[in-house]
Design a protein around this ligand. Structure first.
Ligand SMILES: *Cc1c(COP(=O)(O)O)cnc(C)c1O
Length: 463
């Protein structure tokens, strides 16, 4: 049914939006009364400037994509330069300099592990979920090519997230996204999460991680010859509530994959490019995966692009005279030159500006402020940090065993309270987190901390 009166072209953007757009991850019924809708005119550094004349501090890096600030001039210029010479070309049978150079540079910075051959091939896709599909299909297909047909299953972690397409959703464990589509999903095996928040009383983060690793070992034992890969988010389960685990888990998981002849897929779509303090989270455990999925921050947050880095062993498993043994997966925009140019410019910024080192100082500052915020409310049950990510877990009286009733929608109240104060926080349930662009400065961090404290106070006031 068409709207009875078309929205006039000079109506405010909000009204025009609500007449035609269907927003992601949104119950549209809640717009705009329960859930505000904020049309943005432009971005600059950590700020988003709205058509409402207000500015908002982007504390979530626009869904964890932005690294060096919005409209970063060097990345913008690199894209413009590339657009004037080659905007897109088929990547089958043809190639281009940005795709080649980016592959070289990603392989050069990929995590390494002594005694293990480095990752040696790059396959492009155009968003994170597509990258995950590529990695899963590669792992499965590799075993097919070897005649190991019973290896059809993946192990994933409880509370993990790998994207929304059906293959990626099948290895994800967030009920809110998964439950409705369950009848459509391939059956994965789920191992307990090493999540340190779930540690038993008296148990250290490391003991908790090793207990989860023991359960993973049991799962491997129960399914001999059936598994093709283990997929996980190293160090930090982001969509699962910014839950963090001890790197000891990753070392054991790596050993178990090797012992069982199974591939390890590291989904660093969110954790990659410095988010957890090191360029890649795997580095904190001293391990390298067989397949590494990258997206989100890959282009500095400018354009959609994903890269799957594969080991030489995996690559060679597809070399044959038969087309069917080849990896025939493709996307129209595979390795788009504009996106590759943006990614190259982002890597230049990492090197030229000493971003990782700069981030160490920023992260230390974030730690101090986060501790103050945590101490300022009796409803904060946990404050945790991994590099440039800080999370505040809210629970009644700060007791983990008594989370707030979901119907109170504490997180939504905090979201609105922060937005009114000019900060974009986007809680995951009742978990508030900071995941800002790396250019965030001291004054902005101060605003972020004060606003977070105020948002927590306001949201929990009547709870
Ligand atoms: C966001 C995310 C994805 C999916 O990426 P999209 O580009 O949103 O499809 C996959 N894995 C992880 C860990 C993510 O955070």
């Amino acid at each position: 049914m068409l709207a009875e009166t078309p929205v006039p072209a000079d109506a405010p953007w909000r009204a025009r939006d609500l007449a035609v757009l269907w927003h992601p991850c949104t119950q549209m019924r809640e717009h705009p009364d329960v859930l505000p809708l904020v049309p943005i005119e432009r971005g600059e550094g950590a700020w988003l400037h709205g058509y409402d004349g207000r500015r908002y501090l982007d504390a979530v890096s626009s869904w964890w994509t932005n690294l060096h600030g919005h409209a970063e001039p060097r990345i913008a210029e690199a894209i413009a330069r590339q657009a004037r010479s080659l905007e897109q070309v088929i990547l089958a049978g043809f190639s281009h300099a940005p795709a080649i150079e980016l592959a070289e540079r990603l392989l050069a910075i990929a995590p390494r592990q002594p005694g293990r051959a480095p990752l040696s091939r790059v396959f492009y896709a155009d968003n994170g979920s597509a990258g995950v599909e590529v990695a899963l299909k590669m792992a499965f297909h590799w075993f097919r090519n070897r005649g190991e047909e019973p290896r059809t299953r993946f192990i994933a972690l409880e509370n993990g997230y790998h994207g929304e397409t059906l293959g990626a959703l099948a290895v994800g464990d967030i009920p809110l996204y998964r439950r409705v589509y369950a009848p459509l999903l391939a059956e994965a095996l789920f191992a307990p999460s090493p999540d340190a928040y779930m540690a038993r009383p008296g148990e250290s983060d490391e003991q908790c991680a090793l207990r989860a690793a023991d359960a993973l070992a049991d799962l491997f034992d129960q399914h001999p010859g059936e598994i093709c890969a283990l997929i996980l988010e190293p160090r930090l389960q982001c969509a699962g509530g910014m839950r963090m685990h001890h790197p000891a888990y990753l070392r054991r998981a790596r050993e178990l994959c090797d012992a069982n002849g199974v591939f390890l897929v590291a989904d660093e779509i969110a954790t990659g490019f410095g988010r957890t303090g090191t360029m890649f989270a795997c580095e904190q455990a001293g391990i390298a995966p067989d397949l590494l999925c990258l997206s989100k921050g890959l282009t500095g947050g400018f354009l959609p692009l994903a890269a799957v880095l594969a080991s030489q062993t995996i690559y060679e498993g597809f070399l044959d005279d038969s087309r069917e043994r080849a990896f025939l997966h493709s996307h129209s925009y595979t390795g788009n030159p504009l996106a590759c140019a943006a990614a190259l410019a982002s890597l230049d910024i990492f090197e030229g500006d000493g971003v990782l080192e700069h981030n160490r100082a920023t992260a230390a500052h974030m730690a101090t402020l986060a501790a103050q915020v945590g101490a300022g409310s009796r409803h904060v049950a946990d404050v945790r940090q991994a590099g440039m990510v800080v999370a505040f877990e809210l629970a009644r009286d700060g007791v983990r065993e008594t989370p707030f009733d979901a119907s109170l929608r504490i997180g939504l109240h905090a979201y609105r309270a922060a937005l009114e104060r000019g900060v974009l926080l986007r809680p995951l349930g009742d978990i508030l987190y900071w995941m800002p662009p790396y250019c965030i400065d001291e004054a902005q961090l101060q605003l972020l901390a004060e606003t977070t404290a105020a948002a927590i106070a306001e949201a929990t006031a009547c709870a």
